[in-house]
Design a protein around this ligand. Structure first.
Ligand SMILES: Cc1ncc(COP(=O)(O)O)c(C=O)c1O
Length: 377
């Protein structure tokens, strides 16, 4: 599914040197290595501020908390994402309010969000938290309009979308504040847990910085109850090296996605429309967006059997995500049930992510597509 060693091998001297420099300076937490990464990251994304932190989950929490979201507030988000999109909301004391996805992109559907807001749930809605799922930006034009019309904060979960764009704006630059994850399987990855908050607001940046260090602006004077959510120097140094290569890696992902499209088209199994019948539905890039193909996710009605077949051929695949968030045991308390979000539930039954990473070879893609064609025909 993913061979990180292929990324590491050509970089290993450069990475060892960068880690060695941190060891020499002994600046292990925050300090210059983190500040240098933050400057480079903000420059690359075209945002005013980047604040390094300990994980994508903490970045989401910091973003929400910096934006003043807390107990009594409702935050609308998607039921089809990684758990942290919802758990970070709960961690602030706010209430997640879910709205269904658009089946063509798997991203939160603005029309569904609007109807949830109009139905005025028990908690007043204060924010929307769309996710740029699989590396494709959510419909930020519509969310910006909703935010303006209803006076809502926009929090962007860009954990899977470093380098993705929509209408010339890079992921991380939408909404009030955004969160990235550098978990090792992410397209821009650390050698452990790490994350980043981005924002164009001086005020939110200052609050996020304060909150990542136990609410301290001055050492041992605590202005708010924050958390230890700091980034360490070695992860920052590794990320600074990788920042130089990420644009090329994303281009390679885009080429791999195009190759999958062409190979599947040649099999005659690719179906038009939103849902599969006998074949597969290929993932789509929305016009005016630049997908970075963090995942290449097909839909098929025979997903589980296909996955078993691929495993028997030693071909990796993954299901992101097999259980929608409203049906997770831990989130039963939100009061939803099976049937609450039919699109998310159907996606959870049909999606299958195929291997995609910059170093994936052409012959490997041919093997994947040939195996799928053999199974389906
Ligand atoms: C959409 C999404 N949000 C949040 C996270 C949380 O990031 P982390 O694992 O770095 O805490 C992830 C990554 O796992 C993710 O994919």
């Amino acid at each position: 599914m993913l061979d990180l060693k292929r990324q590491y091998d050509p970089l290993h001297q450069e990475l060892l040197q960068a880690v060695g420099e941190v060891l020499e300076t002994q600046q292990f937490i925050l300090g210059e290595p983190v500040a240098a990464f933050e400057r480079a990251a903000a420059g690359q994304l075209g945002v005013a501020h980047a604040i390094g932190c300990s994980s994508g989950t903490d970045a989401l929490w910091l973003g929400l908390a910096a934006a003043g979201i807390g107990p009594g507030d409702g935050v609308v988000t998607t039921p089809f994402s990684f758990f942290a999109s919802v758990s970070a909301i709960l961690r602030t004391g706010a209430t997640p309010v879910l709205a269904d996805i658009y089946p063509g992109t798997f991203n939160l559907c603005p029309a569904q969000v609007e109807s949830v807001i109009d139905r005025t749930p028990a908690v007043p809605i204060r924010a929307i938290l769309p996710v740029d799922l699989y590396g494709q930006c959510a419909d930020w034009t519509s969310f910006a309009r909703l935010g303006r019309e209803h006076g809502l904060r926009l929090i962007e979960d860009a954990a899977q979308a470093w380098g993705a764009e929509s209408n010339g704006v890079k992921a991380g630059g939408f909404g009030d504040i955004a969160a990235f994850s550098f978990y090792p399987t992410k397209n821009l990855s650390a050698a452990g847990d790490a994350g980043l908050v981005t924002t164009n607001s001086d005020e939110l940046a200052e609050r996020a910085k304060m909150l990542r260090q136990h609410g301290m602006r001055r050492r041992y004077y605590h202005d708010a109850v924050g958390w230890n959510a700091r980034l360490d120097g070695m992860q920052a140094a590794i990320l600074t090296v990788k920042l130089k290569y990420i644009s090329g890696w994303n281009d390679a992902r885009r080429s791999a996605a195009e190759r999958y499209h062409a190979l599947f088209a040649a099999t005659g199994l690719a179906e038009s429309g939103l849902y599969p019948t006998h074949g597969i539905v290929l993932p789509q890039e929305v016009r005016s967006t630049r997908h970075i193909w963090h995942q290449y996710v097909i839909r098929t009605g025979r997903r589980d059997a296909l996955r078993e077949f691929l495993t028997s051929r030693k071909i990796g695949s993954e299901i992101y995500y097999p259980v929608p968030l409203h049906m997770q045991e831990a989130l039963k308390g939100l009061g939803y049930h099976e049937g609450s979000f039919p699109e998310a539930e159907r996606a959870a039954r049909e999606v299958l992510a195929l291997p995609i990473f910059p170093e994936l070879r052409e012959d490997e893609q041919e093997t994947v597509v040939a195996a799928i064609a053999e199974f389906l025909s």
